[in-house]
Design a protein around this ligand. Structure first.
Ligand code: NCD
Length: 310
């Protein structure tokens, strides 16, 4: 297999379409490993992965941990609340300290955009961005692409409506960058305050009316209303959001028949998505979670495995 030409995964920006296809193709084999009765392969024996999470996470942190363990790597989880960061250590010192312990990969999530890029410039090991502020979440976009490709057979030419709190969403940004590379029509759908005009710079359609936004879409990707990042009066109330933009069965029926419903999690049921849609026949929410482990196994393998450059 050809070698993967990157040492870090900092964003979809910087990955070519061929790189993305390489990751998705590699993930197919790793999905199969997770479905076996014995879910362990020796691929990363003797390698060390450090999960450094400055923000909360359930799916992303757990799936990186499982991904490393299923490939026999040693995986260390650092949650910042219990680390020296709470004693005032800088990001630079934390990373130099971790580097002195010879990890192969640092997976990091941070509230500031660009934090993983800063770390990547200062350490010798590989760095994977597990979400930086409102900037990028490349592994989420890759697992979303993997999920769509498996469900639809292709990514080519699909219409994907990304509905909700796009302004605060690193998931929306990474997805738009990825899907555009495959000729998808991407729509950002939400109230003006959460889908501001500058987002048109991503080469997407902006919709401020949910019915038009989801009409004839192949995929309806629903985003969480990020109450922790909402400042001031961007939303009058969650109840009003749900009435005007929440994805319910009536609105989903405007999309293509059988349209795939996605959500990166965690879901606010009854706010951005109704339970009967979240649990409906075309919901891929749990397929996304399963894909997350496979994608992260593939990335760890491509960066730290013997075929990798690192
Ligand atoms: C997302 C995140 O943290 O960016 N969650 C995730 O990684 N699955 C989305 C969110 O927090 O709403």
């Amino acid at each position: 297999m050809e070698t993967f030409p990157h040492r870090h995964i900092l964003g979809i920006e910087g990955l070519s379409r061929a790189d993305i296809e390489h990751v998705l193709d590699t993930s197919n084999a790793f999905l199969e490993v997770s479905r076996r009765p014995v879910r362990k392969v020796p691929t990363l024996r003797g390698k060390t992965v450090i999960n450094l999470f400055y923000e909360n996470s359930t799916r992303t942190r757990t799936s990186f941990e499982l991904a490393g363990k299923r490939m026999s790597a040693d995986v260390i989880n650092i949650s910042v609340a219990s680390s020296s960061v709470s004693k005032g250590e800088t990001l630079y010192d934390t990373c130099k300290t971790l580097e002195a312990m010879h990890p192969d990969v640092i997976v990091m999530r941070h509230a500031s955009s660009g934090a993983p890029h800063f770390v990547a410039r200062n350490v010798r090991c590989s760095v994977i961005n597990a979400g930086d502020g409102m900037h990028e979440h490349p592994t989420q976009a890759l697992l979303d692409a993997f999920t769509i490709r498996r469900a639809r057979g292709t990514l080519e030419g699909l219409t994907v409506a990304i509905v909700g709190d796009v302004a605060h969403s690193r998931v929306a940004r990474s997805n738009a960058l990825l899907l555009k590379q495959f000729g998808c029509t991407v729509r950002f759908v939400g109230p003006d305050t959460l889908v501001p005009p500058e987002l048109a710079g991503y080469g997407v359609e902006l919709h401020h009316e949910v019915e038009a936004g989801v009409r004839d879409a192949d995929v309806v990707m629903v985003l969480r209303v990020q109450t922790e990042r909402l400042k001031g009066a961007l939303l009058s109330s969650l109840g009003e959001y749900s009435r005007t933009f929440g994805i319910n069965r009536r609105r989903l029926a405007l999309a293509k028949p059988g349209a795939l419903v996605m959500h990166p999690g965690p879901m606010n049921r009854g706010v951005e998505i109704e339970p009967d849609v979240a649990d409906g026949a075309t919901s891929a929410v749990l397929d996304q979670v399963e894909a997350g482990v496979a994608i992260r196994m593939a990335l760890l393998y491509l960066l730290a495995g013997d075929s990798g450059e690192a």
